[in-house]
Write a protein that binds this ligand. Structure first.
Ligand code: HEM
Length: 323
């Protein structure tokens, strides 16, 4: 009898631990929640939205830039706003690493943070601001809305070399992309959906000139116009990822089907048997792409979160508090 009671008690403890782990209350998962600032800064989300709205009204090309900032934050040391920190004497920060030199939108984040600090000082993290600004940029570019769980903490380290292997370069093929994304727990479908972020924005010749040699898989007309751009402007030449670069839509995937992908890492998604079916499905079914993108962003926004004293709420997104 006593044995049965003991084993029932043990099972109950196991069950409680399981429930707590799945709720993120125990173990390595920092608990985020949708109403994290409900009592401490109830209008935080509205403040972020209004600044992003103003910025995109003036310059719709910032939508892609804000989305990319969040991606480059989360893939390097987790979503902790380390990408926003300025270099200082003796430290070259992530934002000054080669892969980050064309990041834009820092001033928009500064404006959001200033507004938040004026209303609720020391409450809303820069990492949450980035996650919300990316979501709002997608939404305002007519992409899907998704709820962003909040409560991230800001990191206190930002070193250029941390980006070297963390961020995917433009020449990656599907195998390399799957390895990198897989290492963060993403599925192949997540990876293709997140690459669909390239429905917004531009790239520079420095990143797509390699593609000009891939004549088997590059539409001839696109090849000659990209070639002309790079000849005229060198590495600084710019081209959009798709022909609707300020609209979040499926045109990116349809252009891959036409061999009009801008980067090698884009076109490889259509050329490889592992991912071609997913590209075709997203090209055909916007609702499905939007759903998969939301799932991917939800996962991406929770990569390697800082917990407790590992993080802080920065007062200025460009500088860690203690410095
Ligand atoms: C799959 C691997 C990926 C590779 C190899 C890659 C690479 C690149 C490169 C090389 C650029 C252009 C940089 C320049 O020349 O200025 C770029 C731009 C961009 N990337 Fe990615 N990226 C990847 C995934 C993602 C993901 C997951 C997102 C977001 C969910 C994203 C969002 C963007 C956006 C929106 C831009 C345009 C930024 C702007 O116009 O300012 N990328 N990416």
């Amino acid at each position: 009898m006593a044995k049965t009671t003991m084993s029932a008690a043990k099972n109950l403890v196991r069950l409680l631990v399981l429930v707590q782990v799945s709720l993120g209350l125990l173990g390595g998962v920092a608990a985020l929640s949708f109403d994290y600032y409900g009592m401490t800064c109830p209008f935080a989300e509205m403040m972020v939205r209004s600044v992003v709205y103003d910025a995109l009204m003036k310059d719709p090309t910032l939508a892609g830039s804000l989305l990319r900032l969040h991606f480059h934050d989360c893939f390097v040391q987790g979503c902790d706003a380390s990408v926003l920190i300025d270099s200082a004497d003796g430290n070259t920060a992530e934002k000054d690493a080669q892969a980050n030199l064309t990041l834009r939108g820092f001033e928009v984040i500064d404006r959001i943070k200033e507004l938040l600090e004026s209303q609720c000082p020391g409450v809303v993290s820069c990492a949450d601001v980035l996650a919300l600004a990316a979501r709002d940029a997608v939404l305002l570019a007519r992409g899907p809305y998704y709820g962003v769980p909040l409560g991230r903490r800001d990191g206190t380290r930002s070193v250029d070399s941390d980006t070297f292997t963390a961020l995917p370069p433009a020449f990656f093929n599907v195998t390399m992309l799957m390895k990198l994304f897989g290492s963060h727990g993403f599925t192949v479908q997540d990876m293709v959906a997140l690459s669909g972020g390239h429905t917004l924005g531009v790239a520079h010749c420095a990143n797509f000139k390699g593609r000009l040699a891939e004549t088997d898989t590059l539409d001839a007309a696109l090849g000659s116009s990209l070639g002309a751009t790079c000849t005229a402007n060198g590495d600084a030449g710019v081209a959009t990822f798709d022909r609707t670069s300020t609209s979040f839509d499926t045109v990116y995937f349809r252009e891959l089907q036409m061999r009009r992908g801008l980067l090698s890492s884009d076109q490889t998604l259509f050329e490889s048997p592992e991912t071609r079916g997913i590209v075709n499905m997203f090209a055909m079914n916007q609702a499905y792409f939007f759903y998969a993108f939301q799932q991917g962003m939800l996962k991406m926004g929770q990569l390697d979160l800082k917990e407790g004293d590992d993080g802080e709420i920065r007062h200025t997104c460009r500088v860690i508090n203690s410095s």
